[in-house]
Design a protein around this ligand. Structure first.
Ligand code: UDX
Ligand code: UDX
Length: 463
């Protein structure tokens, strides 16, 4: 099928490349010329495992193109994905101005056959009708300009535009760091629309994935497809992320109580996770959740509830627990080192989770700011950020090029991100380079005994 994906960020580029990989012909549109130049040369602007390989093979098979030309993309696609970012505003609401610009832009170029416009971006509940209105506004503006430029009556000109379309909500559930895997192995596909024609085209688009033709285990039963109304589809996205974030805040709260009563949260998580009603995933205690989705989606849902006069107490509590948890390492550093002023702390990892270069709303950023305020010097080593240098605009932290340079002269290390390679560093050597071999394991990720053998005073979260 002919697909256009507008916005080639973490979600759009993965979606476009994966749809090309399963056999569709995809045009990816982005208004960032530099990004488009990179992608045309076969380079991914983001670090995402497996993405470069499928991008390159799709380019070689002529199944994917990259352009800044919205008209070319809209003309090409029978299915048009809106995948631009919806970052949070200071009020907690989503900033939907990019979705608005794209929806109008689609309207301005619609002409030729029925199209399905898909909201892939996480948009506030009720955005389906709003996008339809904006697309129609774009169409109307174009009609006006045709009337001015061309001859004939307004009706004659307008009738020449073929602008039939439906809007579908098709939220993404891709985890950064495993987004390609998640695309080919989804737990479910959610389609929100009241148009049978649009739903049927979306099902056709996803058939190879539904039938698990590209799955790690093709023998599994087909992927469940949830067909629902557009508002429910939008709510499913928010509710899923809010639930997962709340689950993590819950285990973090339990960890804090474990710390006080002398229980081990890892054992507790295993013990409760074996109950199939609870499940063992997303029960890893640590320094809190971050990233481009959980914080903004939970805030946006709280804000939506507020718009309707409902105070979302539970969600607010999940956010409050998380804000406090992000600074749990400071509490632990103070317990061990007492005075932090004039000390040097090294952070192992900066990104909000492993296998990504994404620093959006990363707990490390709050910690750096807070330690700086206490007069502590902060250094960091991150497998990706250290390689890509200072393009991230980090302040208040000296980014080191390897773990041993990081350890040199530190009074304590804090493990921030559970990068696999951190399990096997030369901790004996690192301890010998430190003023004080203290390790605050912010993800309960390292082997306590191994660290102790290497000479570290080891502190985890909740045990
Ligand atoms: C996506 C979503 O769409 C968001 O709603 C969801 O919650 C998380 O995932 P993400 O892929 O992280 O956002 O966004 P980002 O990495 O910021 O990429 C957005 C892309 O859209 C950028 O490449 C940007 O250049 C492009 N863009 C933005 C346009 O092409 N046109 C615009 O008008 C605005
Ligand atoms: C999330 C959703 O999981 C995904 O479905 C999509 O909607 C986009 O948003 P992502 O933000 O990429 O994905 O990462 P995720 O794996 O969900 O982790 C989010 C944060 O929670 C990270 O900071 C991670 O470190 C933290 N986390 C996760 C925990 O602290 N404990 C856990 O047990 C799991």
């Amino acid at each position: 099928m002919r697909v256009c994906v507008i916005g080639t960020g973490y979600v759009g580029l993965v979606t476009g490349a994966c749809l090309a990989h399963i056999g569709h012909h995809v045009i990816c549109v982005d208004n960032n010329e530099e990004k488009v130049k990179l992608m045309k040369a076969g380079q991914s602007p983001i670090f995402e495992p497996g993405l470069s390989d499928i991008m390159l093979s799709a380019i070689q098979n002529q199944r994917i193109e990259f352009t800044t030309d919205m008209e070319a993309g809209v003309t090409h696609g029978e299915i048009l994905f809106i995948a631009v970012g919806t970052p949070p505003l200071p009020t907690g609401e989503s900033d939907t101005r990019y979705v608005e610009a794209v929806a109008r832009g689609i309207g301005a170029h619609l002409n030729g056959g029925y199209k399905v416009i898909v909201n892939k971006s996480t948009v506030p509940i009720g955005s389906g009708d709003w996008v339809r209105m904006l697309v129609l506004d774009g169409v109307a503006e174009r009609q006006k300009s045709l009337v001015t430029v061309g001859g004939g009556t307004a009706d004659q000109r307008a009738a020449e535009l073929d602008t039939k379309f439906d809007v579908v909500s098709n939220p993404e559930f891709l985890r950064e760091g495993s987004a390609v895997y998640d695309t080919f192995n989804p737990d479910r596909i959610v389609l929100g629309s009241n148009s049978p024609q649009a739903i049927s085209l979306m099902q056709e688009l996803y058939t190879p994935i539904i039938e698990r033709q590209f799955a790690a285990d093709p023998a599994l039963p087909p992927v469940p497809v949830v067909v629902t109304d557009i508002n429910s589809a939008e709510m499913i996205k928010y509710a899923a992320n809010a639930f997962l974030a709340t689950k993590i805040s819950f285990i973090n709260e339990v960890a804090n109580i474990c710390d006080r009563v002398g229980a081990d949260v890892t054992e507790v998580a295993q013990g409760i996770g074996l109950d199939s009603r609870i499940g063992n995933k997303f029960l890893q205690a640590g320094i809190g959740w971050g990233g481009s989705c959980f914080p903004k989606d939970v805030s946006a849902l709280i804000h939506t509830a507020d718009d309707y006069g409902y105070e979302a107490h539970l969600l607010k509590a999940a956010v409050n627990v998380n804000q406090r948890q992000r600074l749990i390492a400071v509490e632990k550093l103070q317990q061990v080192l007492k005075i932090l002023k004039g000390k040097t702390v090294g952070l192992l990892g900066l990104t909000f989770k492993p296998d990504t270069d994404d620093l959006r709303d990363a707990p490390a950023l709050n910690l750096i700011e807070h330690l700086n305020r206490l007069g502590t010097k902060v250094k960091a080593y991150d497998p990706i950020v250290s390689q890509t240098g200072m393009r991230h605009g980090l302040t208040g932290v000296l980014v080191e090029t390897d773990p041993e340079r990081l350890a040199d002269g530190c009074d304590a290390l804090v493990l921030i991100t559970d990068w696999q390679q951190f399990r096997n560093l030369d901790y004996g050597k690192m301890a010998s380079l430190m003023n004080n071999p203290v390790m605050i394991d912010g993800r309960n990720f390292l082997d306590r005994e191994k660290l102790q053998r290497a000479g570290f005073y080891y502190v985890g979260v909740g045990h």
